[in-house]
Design a protein around this ligand. Structure first.
Ligand code: 5GP
Ligand code: ZN
Length: 116
C-alpha cells in the first residue's frame, strides 16, 4: 500500500522508534503516547483493520496477541497493561493498517469507557 503510513514505517520510508521486528511483525513507540509506555504492534503485511482479517490471518493474529505480553514486560509493563484495537469509524481508528496498542506504566490507567 503506497500511501499507508504504517506501510511506510515498515519500509523505513518514515522514521519510527522501532523496538522489535521480525519477518511477520514490527513494534514501535506511538508518536503521541497516552501513557509512559505506549507502543504499537503491527503486521508487516498491509491489513486495513480487524474487519478485513480472514481465516488465513489466524496464525498472524495469534502471533501478535501472544507476543504482546512478552514485549510489554520487556518494555517495563511489570504490573499489567491495556491492549486496544480500534476498528473503523465507530472504533475511532485513525490509521487503517491493523495495529494493537499496548499502553501501560506504573500507575493504574484511567477507566476507558464510563457506563450509564
Ligand atoms: P488508531 O486511532 O488508528 O487506533 O491509532 C493510531 C495511532 O498511531 C495513534 O495513537 C497515533 O498517535 C499513532 N501514530 C499516528 N501517526 C504516527 C506516526 O507517524 N508514527 C508513530 N510512531 N505513531 C503514529
Ligand atoms: Zn499499511
Amino acid at each position: 500500500m503506497d500511501n499507508c503510513l504504517f506501510c511506510k514505517i515498515v519500509r523505513d520510508e518514515i522514521p519510527a522508534k522501532k523496538i522489535y521486528e521480525d519477518n511477520d511483525l514490527i513494534a514501535f513507540n506511538d508518536i503521541n503516547p497516552a501513557a509512559p509506555i505506549h507502543f504499537l504492534i503491527i503486521p508487516r503485511m498491509h491489513i486495513s483493520s480487524l474487519v478485513e482479517c480472514e481465516d488465513s490471518h489466524q496464525d498472524l493474529l495469534g502471533k501478535m496477541l501472544l507476543f504482546a505480553p512478552k514485549l510489554a514486560k520487556e518494555q517495563g509493563c511489570t504490573e499489567g497493561f491495556r491492549t486496544i484495537i480500534n476498528t473503523g469509524r465507530v472504533g475511532g481508528q485513525e490509521v487503517f493498517h491493523l495495529h494493537i496498542h499496548i499502553i501501560g506504566g506504573k500507575e493504574r490507567l484511567p477507566v476507558m469507557i464510563h457506563q450509564g
